[in-house]
Design a protein around this ligand. Sequence first.
Ligand code: FCB
Length: 461
Amino acid sequence: MTQTEDRTGTGLALFPPGFRWGVATASYQIEGATGEDGRAPSIWDTFARTSGRVHLGQTGDVACDHYHRYAEDVALMRELGLGTYRFSVAWPRVRPDGTGPVNPRGLDFYDRLVDALLASGIEPMATLYHWDLPQVLEDRGGWTVRETAHHFADYATAVHDRLGDRVATWTTLNEPWCSAFLGYASGDQAPGRTEPGAAFRAAHHLLLGHGLAARALKAAGAREVSVTVNLTPVSPRDPQDRHDVAAAALVDGLHNRIFLDPLLKGRYPADMLEHAARFTGLEHIAGGDEGIIGAPIDLLGVNYYAPTLVAAKVGTPSSDRFPGTEGVEYLEPDLPVTAMGWPVEADGLRRLLVRLAHDYPSVPMMITENGAAYHDSAVDGRVADAERVDYLRSHLLAVHRAIGEGADLRGYLAWSLLDNFEWAYGYDKRFGLVHVDYETQRRTLKDSALWYSGVVGRNGI
Ligand code: FCB
């Protein structure tokens, strides 16, 4: 019997002892206070202010007002019995001009937050980049230029200098695929550029920034260094059709392997270098970069929301998000969808984790985001979000199965603590375990929060 099997005879799926349970958020999505204590604009402030970019022209100016209400939010996590909180630090609070002097007032906020978490018995996990690049750095080329990677490592060091005595787990980047390909190829996210070649260069400089920051953090004594990637299992419509299989391999390369291989094997996959070369020269990849990017990390953060299904179809134009995928059709699988329109398939998470354990065996993993948006409403102080409970339950059981099949999973963080600013969708999509009334900033625990709290308390389902 493995440690995850039912030992109680009650049908409880138990997780390994020490499994870390919690929730995740990101700075621009919840903090608000974008003009306070010396914070400078980020690319998201600019993007949100650009007409037509964000649903109803909404911005993160106020968001969940977490900057002022963090104590209340930490108290909610404590009430739920959560052990880990993954938050992100806003670069433009810490180094408003991107590169220059540290702004102590910006760091003061995270200092207070970390102290409040520790006083509540909650482990703080800091992500250094969840998409809010200082606008001044974008004005100098953003992630398409190499200097940004070095500035990122300097900023990471400044944050560690202040919080490293209390924060043990450090995540460099959140979802570099989104930063590079949604930011610079499709333009769906900030900075909203639509230059495929720039996206490939951005991807490399993000990875290099990770490597440089990871090295600096380790040298400064950080205990656990990680990076978070958003992954999706990509399936061919017909596994017997070699064209469908080739289409799936290409999309898997552009979504998953282009990040996983350099991070965990220290080299880009040959097919992806060839593919990138269709859009940009490769001079931006200097000798030695792959070694920096592939230095060992302590934990791989995996964000999973939905699976991907593709087929080969002659004449299909390329997706803007996956440059060079002419002839690839993205199919809508016959599955229920969330309010985002994302298909729900928990087994996709199991398959993904088992594949990662097989292809990249050296690194322990943690689910750093997983969750779903639904059309919730608070009625008489209650939010009955049965669909979210189902989503979380089925995905947690998938994680449990993957552990049983050999995946080294160390924890699970639900996205998200609070309803928040869902990027280009504004406040329209609610992912929280806690409902936020944006008029009053009133927080209401949804049924899913109470259910999740029970799972955490039992370390099992
Ligand atoms: C992920 C992001 C996170 C949130 C969820 C729904 O891609 O990391 O900020 O938007 O999706």
